[in-house]
Write a protein that binds this ligand. Structure first.
Ligand code: ADP
Ligand code: MG
Length: 449
């Protein structure tokens, strides 16, 4: 359940966007006094000051509102424009809580096929993802995409979701992390939810997209629950797409029956991108982020040469150059020397120090004498959950990732959970000098060149 203060904070950000865009008069007549009444599952209810305003928004600003909410939250919602009168008259709006599962699932609109750069390393995976997205359930079931981390699995999974959503909006898509699946099953098994309803809910889905299925390993009960669901999808020609860090045959700790089923569709691998692909990805990211920076060919080639591990690393280099150009040495064009200077210290020492979420979590873990696994896990022990909140906050502050993306890093937590963690740490910094110190020390350490 999203708290009122979180709803308020989302809506304030949305309003800021409109305030900048719209004439003051228009803004104050229509947008003032509006608020988000609630978010339930995928539905968001926005209350407007009158029926005519709600109609106007519906007719004229619907797409803008959708877009602004998507920018702020990183998620797509089914948005309903209502008035206070509706609230008073219609008890349905008090919204049924039942039968809504996987409230934290969310389709990232920013991951599409259009902005996925193809090269030899990922062509097979990308093309087959597109085939599956254009013709779900027909060609291969499941489609199983595997690779090392940071090479585009999650991107392709969401691209499939976005493509299907666009081409047939009525299709019922469920896109989740394996961790979300395990959590939902665990709640049901504990009796907090009705396990049969959960099963029925999943069976009604048309396309099931599950990220990082390797996390199903060593969870025999969840596997047992998943097995018949999986079979149901395959035998009813409903598409399943799974991603994993290993090919099915190499997954340890997984029921052999599942391994066999996983390999019965098509398994495709993504390998590390070659240099040309890296350069193309860099160009795409520069264009997409609308960076006001011109990069010379040799600077791009230098960045590509030095990122050997993943696309995430390429993105880290770009972020670093961007922040260098804003805070240290303003420029609007990056040549080879500039790139070398900006990235000095990142490459060459053998150990990369590019700012990534892994590094942030690592540093926080070190500071509190914990392990990264503890921070990424579920423990509610006070110090661990503080370290977790602090990591979320630092990732937001230093990398400026959208809340949904941070939620994803922490196993598919809702963006509002991340938002409240960030608010909490921010407040603590104001009232607790020790916390302020910790935060600043960590920030210095993480942004050290
Ligand atoms: P994985 O799930 O395999 O760990 P992700 O899908 O999260 O990797 O990819 C990491 C980052 O790299 C994402 O921001 C993604 O958009 C980007 N990325 C990966 N491959 C490509 C590509 N071929 N074109 C554009 N961006 C890519
Ligand atoms: Mg991933």
């Amino acid at each position: 359940m999203v708290s009122d203060s979180e709803l308020y904070s989302i809506w304030q950000r949305v309003l800021e966007k409109f305030q900048q865009k719209l004439d003051n008069h228009v803004f104050s007549v229509f947008f003032k006094d509006s608020y988000i009444y609630s978010i339930k599952g995928n539905a968001m209810f926005i209350v407007w000051n009158s029926k005519s305003t709600a109609t106007l928004i519906e007719n004229k600003y619907k797409n803008d509102v959708n877009e602004a909410i998507n920018e702020v939250t990183g998620s797509y919602y089914q948005i309903k424009h209502i008035t206070e009168e509706d609230l008073n008259n219609n008890s349905n709006l008090k919204l049924k809580e039942e039968d809504v599962f996987f409230k934290e699932s969310s389709l990232y609109s920013q991951y599409t096929f259009d902005n996925f750069v193809m090269g030899i390393s990922n062509k097979e995976a990308a093309q087959n993802s597109l085939i599956v997205a254009s013709n779900p359930g027909v060609m291969y079931n499941p489609l199983f995409i595997y690779s090392d981390s940071g090479l585009g699995k999650t991107h392709l999974l969401h691209a499939i979701g976005n493509y299907v959503k666009e081409s047939s909006p009525r299709t019922n898509i469920l896109i989740i992390t394996t961790e979300q699946f395990v959590d939902e099953y665990t709640k049901a098994a504990r009796g907090e939810e009705d396990i049969n309803k959960l099963k029925e809910f999943i069976k009604k889905v048309d396309i099931l997209l599950i990220d990082d299925i390797q996390f199903l390993a060593n969870k025999p009960k969840t596997e047992e629950f998943f097995f018949p669901i999986f079979n149901y999808f395959v035998s009813n020609n409903k598409q399943i797409v799974l991603t994993s860090d290993k090919k099915p045959q190499d997954l340890d700790g997984l029921d052999q029956r599942l391994v066999t089923r996983f390999s019965q569709g098509l398994s495709v691998n993504i390998s590390k991108p070659d240099k040309d692909t890296c350069v193309n990805i860099l160009k795409m990211k520069i264009e997409q982020e609308q960076l006001n920076l011109k990069f010379s060919e040799d600077s791009l080639s230098f960045i590509a040469d030095n990122c050997s591990k993943s696309v995430r690393e390429l993105e880290g280099s770009l972020t670093k150059i961007l922040s260098y150009s804003i805070t240290i040495k303003p420029t609007d064009s990056v040549d080879l020397d500039y790139a070398i200077q900006a990235l000095k210290g990142l490459y060459g020492s053998g150990k990369s120090s590019i700012l990534t979420e892994e590094r942030i979590i690592d540093e926080v873990a070190k500071y509190y004498n914990l392990t990264s696994q503890q921070i990424l896990g579920h423990s509610q022990i006070k110090i661990i959950s503080l370290a977790r909140h602090l990591s979320m906050y630092l990732i937001k502050e230093l990398m400026d990732l959208p809340y949904t993306k941070i939620g994803y890093i922490f196993g598919g937590k809702d963006h509002t959970t991340i938002m409240s963690a960030c608010n909490k740490i921010e407040k603590m910094c104001k009232t607790d000098p020790q916390m302020w110190n910790v935060v600043n020390n960590l920030k210095d350490k993480l942004s050290a060149k």
